[in-house]
Write a protein of this length. Structure first.
Length: 558
C-alpha cells in the first residue's frame, strides 16, 4: 500500500478593481462592478441584489464609498443584478451569465429619478478579462450539451481551446480506450500526464496514472474551464493545465430527456485484412440513457439525476502466420507433450500471408459501461447553501489481442469508478463568505486473462516455477512472431482512494478582496500482480521439440 498526503495553505489578496481569483479548486464565480451617477461620480450605499434564475439563490450587498460592490462564491448560471437607491432610477441587468470560475464585471450608471421606472440594461462582458491574470477558456453548457460529439466524451471538447492538441498514440497512457475515449490531452506545451482535473472542487485525477479517473456523462457536465498558464496560488500538485468541471443542477422547472445513439458495421467498409471470404467484423454500438432534473421543494431543494449506458459489440480483425499441415502432423505424431498440448490453441490456416499459411479471424472486443449520477442542492436560507454530487461507473472491456495475435486469449478489464463531492457555502455577512468542500475519488480495476486453461493440462506444469495459474506467453519467432497465451504481469489490479477536504474564506474589506484557505488530500493505493511468464521458441522445430530459446517469469509479486 502506498500513502501520500498533500496539504496546502494559501493567502490571496487583490484590489477589488484589479486582480481577483477563484476559490481554491472550486467552480464558483463572482460578480463585481462599480455604480456611478450620470457624471461618473461614485454612488455609495446603493443596494445591489443578485438573484439566480430558477435556483432560489438571492444575495444583497451595499456599494462602498468608492461605489464598488462584489458578490463572491456564486454557482455558475444565469443571474439578474438589480441596483436601487433613493433618488435614482433603478437598473437591472436581467441575464448576467456566470461561467465556471469566472469573475464577471457588471457596472451601472444611474440616472436621477424622474419617474418610478426600472431601467433594463444589457449584461456586459469585456473582450479582455482584467479581473484575473490566469489564461484560460470556458467551454460553456451550450457547447457541452449541444455540439455533435463522436463518442460523447467531454475531454474531446478540450481541443476547442487554443493551444490544445490530441496526445499521440505512442504517448504515456494516452491512446484512446475502446468505448471510453481519451483520458488526457496536451495543452500549452505541457505533458498530457500533467493536467489536473477537478470536479466541483474535488480532485478527479487517477493519482497513479495522472489522467482523469473517468469521464462523467456529458449530460451531467454543465460546463468546464481550462486554465493554461499563470495559475492562481490555490492550485497545486500538477504543473499542467487546470480543468475545473461544474456539474449540472436542477432548477424550479422539470426538464428531462432520453436518447439512443446508434452505430453499426452496416455503414462501414471492410478492413483490408477482413476479406469477403469470411464474415465482416462486427460493430454494433449503442449509447443510450436519460436524465431528469427539477425541484423537490421549489426555491429550496433541487435534484438532477442521470443514467447512461454503452453497449459496444465489436470484432477486431486478427492476422497471423500459423503452422503448415505438415508441421501439425509432425506435432501430433512425434511432438513434445507441451507442443501437443498447445496445438489446439493454434487454428488451422484459412488463407495465406506472404505465401505462407495464415489465419484471418475476428476476435470479440465488447465494451459495457453503466454510469449513474445524482446531484442535490438545497438552500437552507439566503445565507446557507449545500450542494452534493455522486457518480458511479461500472465498466467492462474485452481486450482480445493484448499479448496475442490469435483469438481466444487477451484479457478482460473490469472497473468500478466513483466520485463524491459535497460543498457548503455560508454567508456570514455580505463581506464575509465561507466555502467548505469535501469529497472522495475512488477507482478499482482488475485485469484478468480470458483463457483460464491450467498449464498442467498442456504439459507445462512447473516449467516456470510453482503456482502457475495461466498459460505463459508463447512466441514462435520464425512464424513472423506467432504469439499467444496470457500476458506478462497478468492478472493484476489496483484500488485507489483519494480523499479531499478544504475550506476558503472570502473577505472583502474596503477596496480589497482577500481569500484564505487550505486543502488536505489523502491518497491510498493498493496493488496486486502475478506473472504467468513467457516461453520464446526461435524456430518451429524448437517448438515441436519443446526446446526454448529463452524463458522468463517474475515470481512472488502480490
Amino acid at each position: 500500500m502506498k500513502l501520500r498526503v498533500f496539504f496546502r495553505l494559501f493567502l490571496l489578496g487583490a484590489l477589488l478593481s484589479g486582480l481577483s481569483s477563484a476559490a481554491p479548486g472550486q467552480t464558483t464565480a463572482s460578480i463585481k462592478g462599480t455604480v456611478t451617477d450620470a457624471s461618473g461620480g461614485a454612488i455609495s450605499g446603493a443596494k445591489v441584489t443578485v438573484k439566480g434564475a430558477g435556483s432560489g439563490i438571492e444575495r444583497t450587498v451595499m456599494t462602498n464609498t468608492n461605489g464598488d460592490y462584489e458578490i463572491a462564491a456564486l454557482p455558475p448560471g444565469s443571474y439578474s443584478v438589480q441596483v436601487e437607491i433613493q433618488g435614482f432610477q433603478s437598473q437591472v441587468a436581467p441575464s448576467v451569465v456566470l461561467a465556471v470560475s469566472q469573475n464577471s464585471v457588471q457596472n451601472f450608471g444611474l440616472q436621477v429619478a424622474g419617474a418610478n421606472v426600472v431601467v433594463t440594461v444589457e449584461a456586459t462582458q469585456p473582450v479582455v478579462d482584467s479581473t484575473t491574470m490566469t489564461v484560460g477558456q470556458v467551454i460553456d453548457k451550450n457547447v457541452v450539451q449541444e455540439i455533435p460529439l463522436n463518442g460523447r466524451h467531454f475531454v474531446d471538447l478540450a481541443l476547442l481551446v487554443p493551444g490544445t492538441v490530441t496526445p499521440p498514440q505512442s504517448g504515456f497512457l494516452t491512446a484512446p480506450l475502446r468505448g471510453q475515449g481519451s483520458f488526457a490531452f496536451n495543452s500549452a506545451g505541457g505533458r498530457e500526464d500533467a493536467v489536473n482535473f477537478m470536479i466541483n472542487g474535488i480532485n478527479l485525477n487517477d493519482m497513479v496514472q495522472n489522467q482523469v479517473t473517468f469521464q462523467p456523462t456529458i449530460n451531467t457536465v454543465s460546463e468546464f474551464k481550462i486554465d493554461n498558464s499563470t495559475y492562481s496560488a490555490e492550485f497545486g500538485r500538477n504543473s499542467g493545465s487546470i480543468v475545473n468541471i461544474a456539474t449540472r443542477s436542477g432548477s424550479n422547472q422539470f426538464h428531462g430527456e432520453a436518447y439512443d445513439y446508434l452505430r453499426n458495421n452496416y455503414f462501414d467498409a471492410r478492413n483490408f485484412f477482413n476479406p469477403t471470404s469470411i464474415p465482416q467484423s462486427a460493430l454494433k454500438r449503442n449509447q443510450f440513457g436519460g436524465d431528469v432534473g427539477g425541484p423537490i421543494f421549489k426555491e429550496k431543494t433541487f435534484f438532477f439525476a442521470s443514467y447512461e449506458g454503452l453497449r459496444q459489440r465489436q470484432g477486431l480483425t486478427t492476422t497471423s502466420n500459423v503452422l503448415t499441415d505438415a508441421e501439425r502432423t509432425q506435432i501430433q505424431t512425434s511432438g513434445s507433450p507441451s507442443a501437443q498440448g498447445l496445438l489446439p490453441f493454434i487454428p488451422v490456416g484459412n488463407g495465406t500471408l506472404n505465401g505462407a499459411p495464415a489465419f484471418f479471424g475476428s476476435a470479440s472486443a465488447n465494451v459495457n459501461i453503466d454510469q449513474g449520477s445524482v446531484d442535490i442542492s438545497h438552500n437552507f436560507s439566503e445565507s446557507d447553501r449545500i450542494h452534493g454530487y455522486y457518480a458511479n461507473q461500472h465498466d467492462k472491456r474485452l481486450e482480445p489481442t493484448q499479448g496475442s495475435n490469435l483469438p481466444g486469449f487477451g484479457d478482460t478489464r473490469v472497473g468500478v469508478r466513483q466520485v463524491f463531492t459535497l460543498g457548503e457555502t455560508h454567508v456570514f455577512s455580505p463581506r464575509l463568505i465561507n466555502e467548505f468542500h469535501l469529497g472522495a475519488n475512488r477507482v478499482h480495476i482488475t485485469f484478468s486473462p480470458n483463457n483460464p486453461t491450467d498449464p498442467a493440462t498442456v504439459g507445462l506444469a512447473g516449467v516456470l516455477g510453482p503456482s502457475m495459474a495461466f498459460i505463459p506467453v508463447i512466441s514462435i519467432q520464425d512464424k513472423s512472431g506467432l504469439l499467444f497465451g496470457a500476458e506478462r504481469n497478468f492478472p493484476q489490479g489496483r484500488g485507489d482512494l483519494t480523499a479531499v477536504v478544504g475550506d476558503t474564506l472570502n473577505y472583502i474589506r474596503g477596496a480589497h478582496s482577500l481569500k484564505f484557505g487550505f486543502e488536505f488530500r489523502d491518497f491510498r493505493n493498493n496493488n496486486f500482480a502475478n506473472d504467468p511468464g513467457q516461453l520464446i521458441f526461435a524456430t518451429t522445430a524448437n517448438f515441436i521439440a519443446g526446446t526454448t530459446a529463452s524463458s522468463a517469469r517474475t515470481v512472488g509479486r502480490a
